[in-house]
Design a protein around this ligand. Structure first.
Ligand SMILES: C[S@@+](CC[C@H](N)C(=O)[O-])C[C@H]1O[C@@H](n2cnc3c(N)ncnc32)[C@H](O)[C@@H]1O
Length: 235
């Protein structure tokens, strides 16, 4: 009965998953912050991101990137703009790029003052050396492999001004891979397509090659259960 065989390795690609989620969240006349986080996938049992979590994420970004009014700040993989919406009151000139068209359409609707582009992280649609800070939250887990991630880091570096900080957040830790997959399965979270996990040394090595400092630190976003298995990297 080969006809009944389902190859569960090839259900949907991440791009298809994100477009589907973006379409499902489209068409509303208004969006609260929680709606944007839900559109961006922070709605499952492991991914709850309440007001305390949002405040924590905002502080991490503002403090690590030293965001001030007038700075040009890029978010890679901005989705519907959930995290960008937390930064509007900083007065920074915000820019976001994402490969899911329906997400970018929502972000354009809710963040009229933000420059939002459809674009893939590995080929960022920006000139070189234009941003004072570049960050990415909850995106590297959807990359196909570490080679693609290295290409994205190189792109983030290219569009950043010399010496501008890069902050990569919510990165699955290879050291807790098995434990994380078990926890996610038990919580009913999706495990297909798979997440990409990273050794912390991957970011340290990339930074060393670029003669940059690197601080890798545990992620402790309150109430966000995936945090236990994730880390952040400041380059
Ligand atoms: C979990 S959401 C996070 C969105 C946003 N950073 C936030 O925190 O609200 C992941 C986003 O990454 C985007 N994404 C995943 N892989 C990407 C890639 N290779 N290039 C551009 N965007 C990507 C998806 O379309 C999705 O909007």
């Amino acid at each position: 009965l080969e006809i009944l065989h389902v190859d569960d390795k090839h259900t949907e690609s991440w791009l298809e998953v994100w477009r589907r989620k973006g379409r499902a969240a489209s068409g509303r006349s208004s969006y609260l912050t929680g709606d944007l986080f839900a559109a961006d996938g922070f709605d499952g049992a492991m991914a709850q991101t309440d007001a305390a979590a949002q405040g924590h994420i905002r502080r991490l970004i503002v403090e690590n990137l030293r965001i001030e009014a007038g700075m040009r700040v890029l978010e890679v993989g901005c989705g519907a703009g959930a995290v960008l919406s937390l930064l509007v009151d900083t007065g920074a000139a915000l820019t976001g790029a994402d490969y899911s068209e329906p997400h970018v359409a929502i972000a354009r609707k809710v963040l009229p003052g933000v420059d939002l582009r459809i674009g893939e992280a590995g080929v960022l649609p920006f000139d070189a050396a234009v941003f004072d800070a570049v960050f990415s939250y909850g995106v590297f887990l959807y990359f196909p492999d570490l080679a693609y991630a290295a290409r994205v880091l190189a792109e983030m570096l290219r569009v950043a001004r010399p010496g501008a900080p890069l902050l990569i957040m919510d990165i699955p830790d290879e050291a807790t891979h098995e434990e994380c997959e078990v926890a996610r399965r038990n919580a009913g979270a999706s495990t297909n397509p798979p997440h990409c996990y990273y050794p912390r040394a991957f970011f340290e090595r990339f930074a060393a090659e670029q003669l940059r400092s690197c601080r890798v630190f545990d992620q402790q976003v309150p109430g966000y259960l995936n945090s236990r298995f994730r880390f952040n990297a400041l380059l």
